[in-house]
Design a binder for this molecule. Structure first.
Ligand SMILES: [Zn+2]
Length: 339
């Protein structure tokens, strides 16, 4: 890699939005260590679009050309998209090293995408790059802080996010996303509605975020509300991140949108039950509410607890308090920054 004018680096991560967001600190470390590199991601394009300028190209894992990767079998079709890679970083369950070697990839790093118990996934993926060194011989793993990491956005993108909030008359609002990919990660819609109404009582503007798969989750909250909350309709993840970055505070389950909210630096309150925040806590200055005592699992299953009571143990009162604390904290910090 060292000395190559424009090394080609391919990163493979076929996960949902949250998985991609949690891989971005490691992707950003690669970008920082090899600024001239052509960075290609292999995964689901709809989720990788969140990365913005951190990557140069996305290839769909669902394409026929990538079929050989999943079964670790070299195919001619794999040669064209990946054969020119100087480095492939595969965060995959199946180790595709043999298939990649056979098509001429010189350097391959493989790590399973799920961390061992007690290790945060963003740190785990970063650590997988530890053996790489930069052209100057430095470490690829620059100083990384989970709580301080930010997904880069241009000023133009952020302005567009602010305009979108303005169009919905939601400047200063708390945004609530009641959905999550899996039903067992969702706090009850009645509690989301009660939290939103309690915030409204204090004069706080509140709106719901509706992702592409959230029709039912949003409708259920609205059924519990005295008056329907304003709704932000589905947006692509990159624009949604810009919009959330301009919000006063964000509340959500362990979902992809919550990971996005943390990564863009919005004061975020995340409700965790059956998954372990030690491994899956959102990036950024996130407050995690979590009452489950189940230990981490050794088998890599992200669901560590089957008891829905653990998520429901989070009360409306503590959630409202956590949101108010996050808002106050954020005001104090922005005042300190503008001084
Ligand atoms: Zn539990």
């Amino acid at each position: 890699m060292q000395g190559l004018p424009t090394p080609e680096i391919t990163v493979i991560r076929a996960g949902a939005l949250g998985d991609v967001v949690l891989a971005l600190p490691a992707v950003a470390a690669l970008r920082g260590a090899f600024p001239g590199a052509h960075l290609r991601a292999v995964g689901y394009p709809v989720h990788w679009e969140v990365a913005g300028g951190l990557i140069d190209e996305v290839q769909s894992i669902d394409s026929a050309a990538m079929a050989g990767l999943l079964i670790n079998s070299p195919t001619e079709s794999l040669q064209r998209p990946l054969g020119s890679s100087d480095l492939v970083v595969a965060w995959t369950g199946q180790n595709p090293t043999a298939a990649l070697r056979a098509i001429g990839v010189r350097r391959i790093i493989h790590a399973p995408p799920t961390p061992p118990p007690g290790v945060h996934v963003a740190c785990w993926l970063l650590q997988s790059l530890a053996e790489l060194s930069t052209a100057e011989g430095g470490s690829v793993m620059s100083n990384f802080e989970l709580d301080a990491w930010r997904l880069p956005y241009s000023a133009v993108e952020l302005q567009a996010g602010r305009r979108l909030l303005e169009e919905h008359a939601l400047i200063g609002a708390v945004l609530i996303h009641p959905g999550a990919g899996a039903g067992w990660k969702r706090w009850s819609p009645g509690r989301f509605a009660d939290t939103g109404m309690a915030l409204q009582c204090y004069g706080q503007r509140v709106a719901l975020i509706q992702g592409p798969a959230d029709d039912e989750a949003v409708a259920a909250v609205q059924r519990h509300a005295m008056r329907p909350f304003p709704v932000i309709p589905p947006l692509d993840s990159r624009r949604l991140g810009a919009l959330i970055s301009q919000a006063t505070c964000y509340l959500g389950n362990d979902s992809g949108v919550t990971h996005l909210a943390g990564a863009v630096g919005t004061p975020t309150v995340a409700l965790f039950g059956p998954t372990d925040p030690a491994a899956w806590k959102p990036l950024g200055a996130t407050t995690v509410l979590h009452h489950c005592l189940a230990p981490s699992r050794e088998d890599g299953d992200i669901r560590v607890c089957d008891d829905p009571a653990c998520l429901e143990a989070i009360t409306v009162e503590e959630t409202v308090q956590a949101i108010e604390r996050a808002i106050v904290q954020n005001r104090v910090e922005s005042r300190r920054q503008t001084r």
